[in-house]
Design a protein around this ligand. Structure first.
Ligand SMILES: *Cc1c(COP(=O)(O)O)cnc(C)c1O
Length: 463
């Protein structure tokens, strides 16, 4: 083995590299540039140590600038959602309505009357508009916004103190990401009291622990990410609330998604609304901001004024408090419901309301633009889902493209790695592009992404 002269196995000095990029890094803080330059040199030293040929200073300089620029890329790479799953957890759940984006960006950019009372000039309560909108939309006495619904639920369970929290065995669910209802109850310091069975629970089952005074709370958890069919029964909310109240216990109802519009008007099953659960006697109802509400991630809490006041005073409320940007975006999203523009302006509802005929027309337009006789693509009737732990098993008739011509896994991966990135799904060894979840404004980009994907080398054998 020949040993290179030391001169050639040593990378240039940091100073030498910095001298080469003086123009390109003008305006950047020196210390930050030096840190990245040191990292580039360290990597070059490792390369040389492993026997790679030395790179020219110019190359290292370009690498330095690329790394500095890379630090400025705004957030994760965006994707086109062609999965047909409207609220897709892994790609960011609900896309925000324009009004929410505008409100958030104003709140982020400028000081605002967040906690300053405009009339008196004194410190006021934190921005109330989102909560006032919730009150107007649900008829509740008061409302509170947290970071997410899991936080809202943990906060609400805290109302039981060290007392008992009764949950039906049919509702002891995992809500996602390994978070389970029994753990939330225990973590809050309360005692879990299980009643009923996996498939059937009646209001009567709650009577004994309520009567002997062990229970301070009845917790209902909406089965939002699974469905039970067959020999099943769950207690009537009104009857259960009456029983709980007769024994001085509070009823907390975690709706998960919750909806402010009637899902059945779109051919879906009925998703419970916060207003109807309050009317049925729930004292506190919690739901997510970024599922069927279609706004930013948030936990939305509505209910009795005295209980919301207690939640507001809980130190955990401070720890799970949303920032001004979220509050502004929640208020803007809820304002769309109040202003009668929810279906038109909230992307989640636009996707739910999209008509199959219109989706089909978009497919035809895309195929006409693709205009490639060798392309293995045809219009295809498919079924979209709501996703995100809402309306499990429910589907909406949709249209899209069915793509073949190479292994479906390879096609899917190429679409995901393309620009723009496209996330789709596989059925029967074909890639399905579901247009229900694609913004029509993205159709040209999507068409281009598909053209680029299928233009690559064809399958030569099994993938
Ligand atoms: C989704 C869900 C949650 C958690 O809500 P996040 O906003 O994701 O924190 C809690 N409970 C139920 C029933 C859910 O479906």
């Amino acid at each position: 083995m020949t040993v290179e002269p030391t001169r050639r196995t040593r990378p240039p000095s940091v100073e030498r590299l910095l001298a080469d990029v003086r123009e390109e890094v003008h305006g950047r803080e020196h210390d930050a540039v030096v840190k990245v330059a040191r990292a580039v040199i360290a990597d070059e030293r490792d390369r040389l140590a492993s026997g790679s040929p030395p790179r020219a200073v110019g190359e290292l300089a370009a690498e330095l600038v690329t790394r500095l620029d890379g630090l400025l890329i705004p957030g994760p790479t965006t994707v086109i959602n062609a999965t047909g799953v409207i609220v897709h957890t892994n790609i960011g759940r609900a896309p925000w309505p324009d009004a929410a984006i505008a409100a958030a960006s104003r709140a982020a950019a400028s000081p605002s009357f967040l906690e300053l009372d405009r009339a008196s000039g004194r410190r006021g309560s934190r921005y109330r508009l989102a909560e006032e909108h919730l009150i107007a939309l649900t008829g509740s006495e008061d409302a509170l916004v947290t970071n997410n619904n899991a936080a809202a639920l943990a906060l609400a369970v805290g109302l039981a103190g060290r007392g008992g929290v009764i949950v039906s065995r049919g509702e002891l669910v995992e809500i996602g990401g390994g978070i389970r209802i029994p753990d939330i109850v225990r973590r809050a310091g309360a005692k879990l009291i299980e009643v009923g069975t996996t498939n059937r629970t009646r209001a009567d089952d709650f009577a004994a622990p309520l009567a002997d005074g062990r229970a301070r709370m009845v917790l209902r958890v909406h089965p939002s990410n699974f469905r039970q069919d067959g020999f099943v029964e769950s207690p009537d909310p009104t009857a259960l609330a009456e029983l709980a109240h007769a024994h001085g216990a509070v009823v907390v109802d975690d709706l998960g998604s919750g909806a402010l519009l009637a899902t059945e008007a779109f051919g879906l099953a009925h998703e419970p609304t916060p207003a109807e659960r309050l009317a049925a006697g729930a004292d506190v109802v919690t739901f997510s901001g970024d599922k069927l509400i279609g706004g930013p991630q948030a936990g939305l809490v509505v209910g009795r004024a005295d209980l919301i006041a207690r939640l507001r005073k809980d130190p955990l409320a401070r720890a799970t408090r949303p920032d001004k940007v979220t509050l502004a975006a929640v208020a803007a999203t809820l304002g769309l419901y109040l202003g009668g523009l929810a279906i038109r302006e909230i992307p989640v509802w636009r996707m739910i309301a999209a008509r199959p005929d219109d989706l089909r027309a978009r497919v035809e337009a895309m195929l006409a633009r693709l205009d490639d006789p060798t392309l293995d693509a045809h219009p295809f009737a498919m079924a979209s889902t709501v996703g995100g732990g809402s309306l499990p098993g429910e589907t909406l008739p949709s249209w899209g493209l069915s793509l073949g011509g190479r292994s479906a896994d390879a096609l899917l991966a190429r679409l995901r790695r393309g620009t723009p990135a496209v996330v789709a799904r596989i059925e029967d060894d074909r890639v399905l592009i579901d247009l229900r979840t694609v913004d029509p404004l993205d159709d040209p980009d999507l068409t281009q992404a598909i053209a680029a994907t299928v233009a690559g080398p064809r399958r030569t054998g099994p993938a």
